[in-house]
Design a binder for this molecule. Structure first.
Ligand code: FAD
Length: 391
């Protein structure tokens, strides 16, 4: 670590690596710090995303892909199964390899990458952010910079240190738990999602195949719906019922924001990206691609601001504007749709699944499924057409 950088990025996940890469590519000096000993570990993620979304942010490397996915099966509370297949391919990643490579790409672009480096406070002088206090291998460092990018994930503290309001309504923070299992007797190229108050209240169960009989099986629940049962209890029940012979190889837990994104994601000398800014898909909880899009935009704008010698909130406001244009509108649409879908009773979900199955197979698209689910909210159908491409 040097004593001074133009930009310090806190957090070595996809959002942080992508911000560091895109800032460094513009010729400014960048430090990327990660508190854990290894980039991308532990993997607290089901590792699923769309091919089209991934292509939009990076040239895909084959060794990232654990499994190519050709569709999704949704299981209603009464066991009715529906399949929706026309959204292009999906991938289940080897997230550790993926995150490693993203950090390596940031390094190739010129950023210094340091692990076991915990950013624990901001340096402020005359009210301005001037650097980050970092604990690395039992030593304290006060590393100075012109601008900080907080990419420190769902438990983000950087935003709060900078005075930004990153609070999330507890009901919009899903408690997730996930087992990576072996010997899972499942179809290898379909993801499955189970819904219902008894299965995963306020969320859903996912089964994402990873190949060789391995799968990520997890669920998210929200507090007010969970009848005081913990997420792990729901997962144990699900595994006993549906995958009784599977061996649990890894168990992880984590929060997933399913809220609107944070109102303020940039201020004087500071920007937030990814989960730290609540930039996730509020319907699915997916955030890898959002974090990378935000990182790409924020990194480039950070570099421009530093070069222009103006890191004021006004100069950095180009970031929330560009984010809003890229993803913000769809994010808001997903939020509105999710709010309605979450309020559906088990009977509503069963009815939706049955009505969907009455359609001829060629019409069973994700949009039609949501159209049925939104039957009490016809105005939202137009929104669903925009995010699911209609049809
Ligand atoms: P993160 O990937 O969380 O990275 C933040 C990094 O910052 C971490 O490495 C952390 O160690 C580091 N850090 C934190 N504080 C400090 C500090 N003070 N100093 C230094 N470093 C620090 N998304 C999908 O798209 N698809 C999925 O299938 C999916 N499944 C999920 C399943 C579960 C169970 C969970 C919990 C999440 C899932 N997500 C999924 C969400 C996805 O993992 C996140 O949205 C994504 O990782 C966000 O990237 P990020 O870079 O913002 O944050």
């Amino acid at each position: 670590m040097k004593e001074h950088y133009d930009v310090i990025v806190i957090g070595g996940g996809p959002g942080g690596s992508w911000a560091a890469k895109h800032a460094a590519e513009q010729g400014v000096s960048v430090l990327l710090i990660e508190k854990d000993r290894e980039i991308g570990v532990p993997v607290r993620c089901a590792e699923g995303l769309s091919e089209i979304g991934l292509k939009n942010v990076v040239d895909i490397r084959q060794h990232w892909i654990a499994r190519v996915i050709r569709g999704a099966r949704l299981v209603a509370p009464d066991g009715t199964q529906v399949e929706a297949f026309d959204q292009g391919l999906g991938f289940v990643l080897h997230r550790k390899l993926f995150d490693y490579d993203l950090a390596a790409m940031a390094h190739e672009a010129g950023a210094d990458v340091v692990t076991l480096a915990y950013g624990h406070d901001l340096i402020r002088e005359e009210g301005q952010i001037r650097g980050v206090r970092i604990r690395h291998l039992n030593r304290e460092y006060a590393v100075r910079c012109s601008l900080v990018i907080g990419a420190d994930g769902v438990e983000s503290r950087v935003g709060r240190w900078a005075g930004l309001d990153t609070r999330t309504n507890p009901d919009e923070m899903e408690s997730c738990v996930q087992a990576t299992v072996a010997d899972a007797q499942i179809e290898p190229d379909i993801i499955q999602m189970y819904f219902g108050r008894d299965v995963a209240p306020g969320g859903y169960v996912w089964i994402f195949p990873k190949g060789n009989g391995m799968a990520n099986v997890g669920l998210g629940i929200t507090g007010s719906n969970s009848k005081n049962r913990k997420a792990i209890a729901y997962l144990e029940t699900f595994l006993q019922r549906h995958l009784p012979n599977a061996a649990i190889l890894t168990l992880v837990a984590g929060g997933v924001p399913v809220s609107r994104m944070s109102k303020k994601i940039a201020a004087d000398g500071i920007m937030l990206v990814g989960d730290a800014a609540r930039q996730t898909n509020p319907m699915t909880g997916g955030g890898i691609l959002y974090a990378m899009v935000a990182g790409r935009i924020a990194g480039a704008i950070a570099a421009e601001a530093v070069k222009a010698g103006d890191v004021s909130e006004k100069a950095l406001s180009a970031y929330p504007k560009a984010w809003q244009k890229a993803e913000g509108q769809n994010n808001e649409r997903f939020y509105r749709i999710k709010t309605v879908v979450n309020s559906l009773t088990d009977d509503d979900l069963n009815r939706t699944a049955r009505l969907f199955l009455e359609l001829p197979p060629e019409k069973r698209t994700p949009f039609q499924l949501f159209k049925k689910a939104l039957f009490r909210h016809p105005k939202l159908v137009a929104e669903a057409a925009k995010v699911f491409g209609g049809i």
